[in-house]
Design a protein around this ligand. Structure first.
Ligand code: HSE
Length: 300
């Protein structure tokens, strides 16, 4: 077996009212270099990666093993060097990148010939919702849904002429905890208004009406009103970004990171300005990753 390298982008889910459905790939990466070996070994080269003791406890190994077992295959042993630029439990899709890494590891090592749709279906089964995994797989801005018939469909938006700014705090917020504060159901009136807002966000993004998209993004009714209280500086960041010219600012995924869409060419200025107001945060202008999962032959 020749060594190979996997590169997986970070992602931001929801983008306001696209709850569990909209995802955008961002240019921070999880990378794996995989080499044939006589035993399983994982080597972590980033402080952003979680610690582990035995390879069998490694999250990426567990996903790969689960998929290999499902196909009645055994995973050949490998040495896997991992690097990451994606902070954990911050709403930037670190777990979705790791899930897709595990899926692709099994796909390559066991020659499963999975289609992108197979990977999306398995990733969604693990994550519970398809938004982040679809963005990691396909890159760009992806809208996806698992229907009541268990069909998963997706649509990739055309390239958006926008800059992105993220506000990453030092504290973590686990998705599980951020989901506990959400209502179990919504009234018909709330659901109709909330999906109308979401429809307008997606249509206005596609048509390039970013002012309308930003205004609607900020009026989500599905999750933001319930999660805002978990996120210190929620209102402050929204207002500061608006003052700096952002179209709209929302919670990234389940938080606690927040994300703005801003006019093309203004990302760096906005990020630098808000960084000076929030010195404890990592405020960064990011790009949309348009490639998604990348697989390349690797040299040691
Ligand atoms: N759509 C998910 C949520 C993203 O908001 O809970 C985080 O995994």
């Amino acid at each position: 077996m020749v060594g190979f390298k996997l590169s997986l982008p970070a992602s931001s889910a929801n983008i306001g009212p696209g709850f569990d459905s909209a995802g955008i790939a961002l240019n921070r990466y999880l990378t794996l270099q995989v080499f044939e070996n006589d035993k399983w070994e994982f080597e972590h080269n980033s402080h952003l990666l979680p610690s582990f003791t035995d390879y069998k406890d490694h999250f990426i190994y567990q996903i790969a093993k689960r998929l290999a077992d499902r196909h009645n295959k055994s995973l050949p042993a490998c040495r896997v060097k991992i690097d990451s630029e994606i902070p954990l439990a911050r709403g930037l899709g670190s777990s979705a990148s790791a899930v897709i890494a595990g899926i692709e590891l099994a796909n390559q090592l066991c020659c499963l010939s999975l289609t992108p749709e197979d990977k999306l279906a398995f990733g969604t089964e693990i994550e519970g919702h398809p938004d982040n995994v679809a963005a990691v797989l396909f890159g760009g801005f992806v809208i996806t849904v698992k229907t009541p018939k268990n069909e998963i469909d997706y649509f990739q938006l055309p390239a958006l002429n926008l800059d992105i700014v993220v506000y990453i705090p030092t504290f973590e917020l686990k998705t599980e905890d951020a989901r506990k504060v959400l209502p179990k159901s919504y009234s018909r009136k709330e659901a109709a208004t909330a999906s109308g807002i979401s429809n307008l966000v997606m249509a206005s993004l596609i048509s390039g009406n970013f002012e309308l998209a930003g205004r609607m993004m900020e009026q989500d009714l599905f999750h933001e009103p319930y999660r805002a209280e978990l996120i210190p500086n929620y209102q402050f960041i929204k207002q500061a970004a608006k003052n700096a010219g952002a179209y709209g600012t929302v919670i990234s995924g389940a938080g606690p990171t927040m994300i703005s869409i801003v006019p093309k060419g203004t990302g760096e200025t906005t990020a630098n300005h808000i960084q000076s107001l929030l010195p404890d945060y990592q405020v960064e202008a990011l790009m949309v990753d348009t490639n998604g999962l990348q697989i390349k032959l690797a040299a040691e």
